[in-house]
Ligand binder design. Structure first.
Ligand code: SF4
Length: 328
């Protein structure tokens, strides 16, 4: 990885805003750069505190921490803006400067049956977008970028809980190409029916994700059945500002109508250890990141579902509609 934190741009912004004390959030993969980044603030005479909490996405914007610590600015490294917040925030998207050419060339044999490619990228590769489009066009492909819808900050940008931009172009493309990692492509493959080809820039691999879709949807159907059979239900809400996927009160009422005993549980971050002590709960619905239920399925001993899946278990949404509108 050759990470570019665009320090001169950050310094210009800091000089303009003149904060006295900042809370710095670093995405998990760049926490190792904390000491190097600390010097930027030190040189400007700004007090910087680094958040040690997890920062999995732009949703985990640490406003509460910043307020408690009386910081006057939050600097969030590694993600694009996700939601509007009232607290002042600088987003440093971080460029991953890699030579993508060998991987792009390698991808052509996997894409030989497809003419029109629906293209999406994770934020670290946005600066390479023109080069990627030029490459595919020179090789006879047509590129359509996924739409900027919902939490996507740019055209073509993909985040793990937002695939409506891909669904919006699905009818016009032959397959999807995701530049990034398995996390984004796995979400894509359960949201769209066309093939998803991952250009895994970190493992230097091309993967067709088609086989994964059926396996995950089968797991989700099993969890939905378990929630239908459950008596005691835990509805977990997280306190992260961007993780509000569903209305807990609505679910409580609906579960009660069906004779179940729901309770609402709050957590700063969902972990198997934390939910283990609620041993009387038969199934959980988490309204935080939908990917916890989907990707971490095997880590939990009890079924854990997303809001949309809970709607299917309650009979409010049909399985067919769930597949059509997308599982995430
Ligand atoms: S909610 Fe989940 S998928 Fe969405 S940005 Fe946050 S961590 Fe990523």
């Amino acid at each position: 990885m050759a990470l570019n934190f665009e320090i001169p741009k950050l310094v210009r912004e800091l000089k303009k805003r003149k904060p006295k004390k900042v809370l710095v959030q670093l995405a998990e993969g760049i926490k190792q750069n904390a000491s190097e980044i600390s010097r930027v603030f030190e040189n400007l005479g700004i007090d910087a505190i680094f958040s040690g909490e997890s920062e999995w996405g732009g949703c985990s914007i640490a406003i509460q921490e910043a307020e408690v610590l009386k910081c006057d600015l939050l600097v969030h490294f590694g993600h694009a803006k996700f939601i509007n917040v009232k607290f002042p925030v600088i987003y440093v998207e971080v460029k991953d400067e890699l030579d993508l050419n060998p991987l792009l060339k390698k991808s052509l044999s996997h894409l030989k049956d497809y003419k029109t490619l629906g293209l999406s990228y994770s934020i670290q590769h946005r600066h390479d977008l023109k080069k990627i489009i030029d490459f595919y066009e020179e090789n006879g492909k047509k590129i359509i970028l996924s739409k900027k819808i919902g939490f996507a900050a740019y055209e073509g940008h993909v985040v793990g809980c937002e695939y409506h931009g891909l669904k919006a172009i699905e009818k016009s493309v032959d397959c999807f190409v995701i530049i990034g990692n398995r996390f984004h492509s796995l979400g894509a493959t359960i949201m769209v029916e066309k093939s998803v080809i991952l250009l895994d820039v970190y493992n230097d691999e091309i993967m067709n994700m088609s086989g994964v879709r059926e396996k995950i949807l089968k797991q989700r159907a099993i969890s939905i059945q378990k929630l239908k059979d459950a008596t005691n239900v835990g509805i977990i809400v997280e306190i992260k500002p961007g993780q509000k996927f569903g209305n807990p009160k609505y679910l409580v009422d609906k579960f009660k109508e069906q004779g179940k005993n729901p309770i609402v549980i709050t957590m700063s971050e969902i972990t198997p250890e934390k939910i283990m002590n609620f041993y009387h709960i038969d199934a959980f619905v988490e309204l935080a990141c939908p990917r916890i239920a989907i990707d971490d399925f095997a880590k939990y001993t009890k079924p854990i579902l997303t809001f949309k899946e809970a709607l299917v278990a309650l009979g409010i949404k049909s399985w067919e509609d769930f597949l059509k509108t997308g599982a995430v």
